[in-house]
Design a binder for this molecule. Structure first.
Ligand code: ATP
Length: 209
């Protein structure tokens, strides 16, 4: 494969961002020798409830969380576009802006388990490769439509510009934004589960109470 710029895509609600987003992103960046990892906060999720914090607040928290890692970038493409956030549209815009880049979409096994229901998932695989990171309690799917997608596209090492799926064992952190919002609702601290700057921001802006 002609080596192009390798860009990781880390989409999420980031409501709020936590170490379960950050550490996997760093491990993917390192394992796949990516040139950068883009954090793309969703504007309007298609398959779940709307976020609790505003788009601006979620971006502020991502910015604070990634500021010490020069290869991590915030990309507000879905927020700027507005409307329902379809990943295929995002990848298409990125590919048009950066034809020299190979895009690697990262997602945990929980997200991948529903990949067959994503809008135009076939289109996604014509624009990007996918790295599925293992998440606690969520094995790689074997059965059904998504199991078939995995078997058809799975490779041991990425060698093409798009259409390939690999899986990556990573340090397992049993954390979710839902659990963090529950702590905050009960008035319990979330320190040491996310960068201190983000915990401070949440406290200062009295989020998720
Ligand atoms: P929520 O609890 O609100 O659903 P979340 O913490 O699961 O949020 P999102 O902000 O929706 O995360 O981000 C989704 C992406 O981040 C998915 O690809 C998901 O698999 C991944 N992710 C989130 N938490 C972890 C974790 N602890 N370990 C590995 N991947 C994670």
């Amino acid at each position: 494969m002609h080596i192009k710029r390798l860009i990781g895509i880390n989409g999420g609600t980031f409501d709020p961002i936590h170490f379960g987003h950050l550490r996997p992103a760093l491990e993917v960046l390192t394992a796949l020798h990516l040139d950068e990892m883009r954090f793309i906060p969703v504007y309007q999720p298609v398959h779940r409830d709307s976020p609790s914090a505003t788009a601006q607040q979620r971006c502020d928290m991502v910015r604070l969380a990634i500021q010490s890692q020069p290869k991590f970038q915030l990309d507000t493409i879905e927020i700027d576009r507005g409307g329902p956030s379809y990943m295929v549209d995002t990848l298409l815009s990125l590919k048009q802006k950066m034809p020299d880049a190979t895009l690697v979409l990262m997602m945990g096994t929980d997200a991948f388990a529903k990949f067959h229901r994503w809008h135009d998932w076939q289109g996604i695989l014509t624009l990007a490769n996918i790295v599925v990171t293992h998440r606690p309690g969520e094995p790689l799917p074997n059965d059904g439509e998504v199991g078939k997608i995995l078997r058809t596209h799975w490779v041991e090492t990425l060698s093409e510009d798009h259409g390939q799926i690999i899986d990556l064992p990573i340090t397992q952190l049993d954390l979710s934004a839902t659990a963090l919002r529950d702590y905050l609702k009960k008035g319990e601290p979330v320190d040491y589960l996310m960068p201190q700057s983000v915990a401070d921001y949440i406290r200062q802006h009295q989020l998720y109470q």
